[in-house]
Design a protein. Structure first.
Length: 611
């Protein structure tokens, strides 16, 4: 119990510096710490219960608790499934140990199956657990000498059925991310699997250069690297095989490690990563068991036992403590994490790190830096539609319309059924003055995704620029049906109903209602007051229209918006004379301008706006 509280306090301390303080620690992080601490305690108790060896069990649990490779699973809230599945995994092993001592108890076996099923629901990586239980039958349970192999295998069949079901569900859920063999041949997968298994061993011993994403070497790995990895794995396997009778713990630990890695070695490749720190969360327990029991057996019956135990604690645990705290610091924010990832991997191959760093930088308004990283994303992965889309969106926001069109068009070429990409391309074409081309993209986008109210709002504006007022109003109304609080649609529809030259479409009362609703959440108060003033004038509320327009004019002048200020001055003069505003920037369809020409003077944004 004391060890449990100390472990929890330690993990809070590690995670709380320098990324956060206890006062502002998020509940999600504390929950992950609690689950990891519980997994640490369970690991110690389970090993001690199975082996009756105190210090080796404690050393394995301590390394599991402190190792920097555990940081990703604990600090990253998306990997809550790691710590939760670990708790359920260890509870399953504990329940199996109880069943093994009374092997014909249905209730004990049902508990094993239930806990295993829950673990699979938490994370399907536990599919190899039946194999781990079979290894435990050999050591430390010693059942292989008293129970026939046929019996041992038969009792794993129900658990194996759960594994098969979980594997099938996982493949179906991730089928879009799974890379087919014709794109990544089996030899390349085997190379990466061998190198990854060896790399995890290296990171266990020397946990430096840990990154959030390791890009897959799809072009293949150097022959020397593959040969070195195979040599290491073969050497350890040969040593373990040779000592399988007098030191069965070594075989159990080594096969635990290799067996639990099988689902994540990329033999069924999903996504663009080669390996991940989180994948070692449970498999590396096997390697630490191998090391601990090899050292314990070496020191057995010797006077140096206490020296070995002390050396293991002094030489291993403090460095892991320092390294774990340093690794946690990289998770304090996205910019730090992805900058570190690029420093630890080949920046010329890590498209995802560039993309994530660009996203973090753009969120802070550092768009010039973000664009450089987006440019390198698209250079590394010219076949990735999402990178072209993100890059195009940022270029669009910077007013670089020609470049934005190129990037957005490439995204559409790569993924023609992606409504958002077509919507962004439509916006880029609209801003470049290609109104008809934008309309075609918007039309296809709403067919692909009828529920996208943002695209419908921009579609309405493009239709309005071609004088198709009824069609534009229909799109605005559909957008508001989907999201009644969408400010852009509220503002644009209010403007049309207040200022349309055709009296058949004007409705002052409704325009006032919509404009007031838009003004409640509008992040552009000057524009919102402009729309409300026009609506009030159309409704005949002249005094309020004048006062509202004056407030909008003051705000426009204060922020240096000369275009809006000039428009408001002209409108204010009209309101004072009893004239409502009429927006002539769009014209009736029967006298629409030539295709792909701007509907108004260049440099003056449309009064209803697009986003």
């Amino acid at each position: 119990l004391v060890f449990g509280w100390v472990s929890f306090a330690f993990h809070i301390w590690v995670l709380s510096w320098p990324r956060l303080s206890l006062k502002v620690a998020q509940k999600s992080e504390v929950t992950s710490v609690l689950l990891h601490t519980l997994a640490v305690l369970l690991l110690f108790l389970v090993l001690h219960n199975l082996t009756r060896r105190l210090w080796p069990s404690a050393w394995v649990a301590a390394v599991f608790a402190l190792h920097p490779l555990r940081v990703e699973s604990v600090a990253w809230v998306s990997e809550r499934k790691d710590v939760l599945s670990a708790v359920l995994f260890l509870l399953t092993v504990a329940a199996y140990a109880r069943y093994a001592r009374r092997p014909y108890s249905f209730h004990n076996y049902a508990l094993v199956a239930l806990l295993f099923a829950l673990g699979l629901l938490a994370k399907p990586m536990l599919v190899t657990l039946p194999g781990v239980l079979l290894l435990l039958d050999r050591w430390p349970l010693g059942r292989t000498g008293t129970v026939p192999w046929s019996r041992l295998l038969l009792e794993k069949v129900p658990l194996l059925a759960l594994s098969v079901a979980a594997s099938a569900a996982s493949v179906l859920a991730n089928r879009e991310a799974i890379i087919p063999l014709d794109r990544l041949p089996l030899p390349l997968r085997l190379e990466n699997a061998a190198v990854s298994a060896a790399a995890y061993l290296g990171q266990l011993v020397w946990p430096a250069g840990l990154a959030a994403f390791y890009p897959h070497p799809k072009a293949g790995l150097p022959a020397a690297t593959v040969l070195a990895a195979l040599t290491l794995l073969a050497a350890v396997s040969a040593w373990v095989f040779r000592r399988r009778h007098d030191q069965p713990a070594l075989a159990t630990g080594w096969l635990w490690y290799l067996g639990m890695l099988v689902p994540v070695l990329g033999l069924v490749q999903a996504g663009a990563l080669a390996r991940a720190d989180r994948y070692t969360y449970l498999p590396q327990i096997g390697v630490t068991v191998l090391i601990a029991w090899a050292a314990a057996d070496f020191a057995a019956g010797r006077r140096v036992r206490q020296l070995v135990v002390g050396a293991a604690a002094v030489l291993v645990l403090p460095p892991l403590l320092v390294a774990a705290r340093a690794q946690t610091a990289f998770w304090r924010d996205s910019e730090t994490l992805w900058t570190h990832t690029l420093a630890c991997t080949d920046p010329a191959a890590n498209a995802l790190a560039h993309g994530c760093l660009a996203l973090a930088l753009s969120a802070e308004g550092r768009n010039d830096e973000a664009m450089e990283h987006y440019r390198r994303a698209v250079e590394i992965r010219p076949d990735a539609a999402d990178y072209h889309q993100d890059y195009g969106t940022l270029l669009l926001g910077r007013g670089r319309f020609d470049e934005a069109v190129v990037q957005c068009r490439r995204a559409v070429e790569l993924k023609p059924d992606w409504a958002e990409a077509r919507g962004t391309l439509g916006l880029a074409l609209f801003d470049r003055g290609e109104i008809d081309a934008a309309i075609e993209q918007y039309r296809t986008a709403v067919e692909l995704n009828p529920e996208h109210y943002g695209i419908r709002t921009n579609f309405g504006l493009a239709l309005l620029q071609r004088g198709r007022v009824a069609a534009a109003i229909e799109q605005y109304q559909r957008a508001l049906q989907l999201n009644p609080q969408f400010t852009l649609a509220l503002n644009n529809l209010a403007w049309v109903l207040a200022t349309c030259p055709d009296p058949a479409f004007r409705n002052g009362a409704r325009a006032v209602t919509l404009a007031r609703e838009a003004g409640l959440t509008n992040d552009d108060p000057a524009a919102a007051l402009d729309t409300l003033a026009a609506a009030l004038a159309e409704a005949g509320q002249w005094e309020e229209a004048v006062s509202t327009a004056r407030r909008g004019l003051d705000l426009a002048i204060a922020r240096g918006d000369d275009h809006l200020a000039a428009a408001l001055r002209e409108e204010l003069t009209g309101y004072q004379a009893g004239r409502a505003c009429r927006d002539t920037s769009y014209v009736p369809a029967d006298i629409a301008p030539a295709a792909n020409t701007p509907a108004q003077p260049a440099g003056i944004p449309p009064r209803p706006t697009a986003r």
